[in-house]
Design a protein around this ligand. Structure first.
Ligand SMILES: Cc1cc2nc3c(=O)[nH]c(=O)nc-3n(C[C@H](O)[C@H](O)[C@H](O)COP(=O)(O)O)c2cc1C
Length: 199
């Protein structure tokens, strides 16, 4: 199908010392115009919420990032010049959602509009089913925490791959929700800009 784009395998053997990556992690808001390569996109999305353990008859799959009760409620969308895509972690592929370039809507902060890639973290509230998630308030703070783990994975990969990244809370969530055509139970949590560093 043309609206599905298979990604190259993530480079799980990429060599970079973890302690160095943690020390060097920084929010960087400068990038050039070039988009990330397919390999970099594959790596970014896999570290964000790729599958590390397949589901079995007895247990649900596991992701690179933890989530409360293993709810896996955060979906990762990726906005690029060629459109908006949803990361399908089960098949490690992109599913095209829109052909339009919506990157200027990932933030109300002007400096983010030029980012070659914008990740959009969306929580699917229907996936939070246990007694812990009695009301929307609890679903919101759990989704915010779970997005933090995902975005930190992306931060650390960006250090190893010499990419700039910034997590963003300055987002017009209602506008973005509408543009993306999300359902009521889907909530925009944060976005994250990524680009290549000018050396
Ligand atoms: C939850 C959260 C939201 C943030 N939102 C924004 C934002 O909207 N715009 C921005 O430029 N930086 C944003 N940042 C980045 C912080 O400004 C940055 O982490 C802080 O200045 C410390 O810098 P460092 O990440 O390099 O340690 C955010 C950080 C966090 C944790």
């Amino acid at each position: 199908m043309t609206n599905r784009l298979k990604l190259p395998k993530p480079q799980k053997d990429l060599d970079f010392p973890l302690m160095k990556a943690i020390e060097m992690r920084r929010t960087k808001r400068k990038w050039n115009d070039s988009c990330l390569s397919d390999q970099e996109i594959s790596n970014v999305l896999w570290v964000a919420c790729g599958i590390t353990h397949e589901e079995t008859k007895r247990s649900k799959s596991r992701r690179t990032a933890p989530s409360a009760c293993n709810s896996q409620e955060i979906k990762v969308f990726i906005a690029m010049h060629k459109g908006l895509f949803l990361y399908d972690e089960k098949k490690h592929q992109l599913i095209k959602i829109l052909s339009e370039d919506i990157r200027k809507d990932i933030s109300t902060q002007k400096m983010m509009h030029s980012a070659p890639v914008g990740l959009i973290y969306v929580s699917d509230f229907t996936k939070m089913k246990t007694f812990l998630f009695k009301d929307d308030n609890r679903k919101w703070f759990t989704s915010t925490a779970d997005t933090g783990f995902i975005s930190q994975n992306v931060y650390l990969y960006c250090v190893a791959a010499n990419l700039s990244t910034a997590i963003i809370s300055l987002v017009d969530r209602e506008k973005l929700h509408k543009i993306m055509g999300l359902a009521d139970f889907e909530k925009v949590i944060y976005t994250q800009a990524i680009g290549k560093l000018d050396n």
